[in-house]
Design a binder for this molecule. Sequence first.
Ligand code: DC
Length: 222
Amino acid sequence: MKTATKIITIDGPAASGKTSVSRMLAQRHGWAWVSTGAFYRGLAYVAKREGVSLEDESALAKLCASNLWEVRMSDQCTLVFLHGHDVTSEIYSEESGAAASSISRFPEVRANLLEAQRACANGVVGLVAEGRDCGTVVFPEADFKIYLTAGSANRAARRAKEEGRDLEETKKAQVLRDLQDSSRQTAPMQVPPDAHVIDSSGLDLNEVVEILEKLTRKELEL
Ligand code: DC
């Protein structure tokens, strides 16, 4: 259903720069921003802390609706709270990304996180949402859809530098995660048919944001 809220979605593979780009784009437009990966990362973290197996689909699906934990939007980082404590700093490693990717293959989990993801668009003028299925499943009626990608060497170098990790190890982990995310049955990562595809290889963050700001201002008449 179309709402008054303007929505831009940015999907793409791991470390394509979509988190930084989408956050900055939201700032430029004065809109809200959400990284939907936080829902999967948060759930995997909470499951581990609560002793729920990452292989138990129905227990994970139940945990989605539990009020033990919640995701909160903020300008700088999509936050996760467990028992009222901010646990965000625990969820953004490549290891947490792998656990998030693993549980994201479960259809019941995806279905149960959808409502909270969509609720991010409630009561805001505009929203930039990034993830893997934002343009295809979460907000199929989005006003503007972007698929942000970059060469795999480029992406691995970016993440290895961010986390101070070995380049080859990072590359292997990303290849595996992208394969998992794009080959799952439910809501696989894919280019939405009506998306603008941007390859950020060789461009810095500001250059990508400039391109997208111009494009979205023009197309959405902002
Ligand atoms: O974007 P990210 O690295 O924070 O996402 C972590 C994992 O969560 C990703 O590998 C797959 C899953 N995910 C998803 O399935 N759908 C989304 N919209 C966002 C993330």
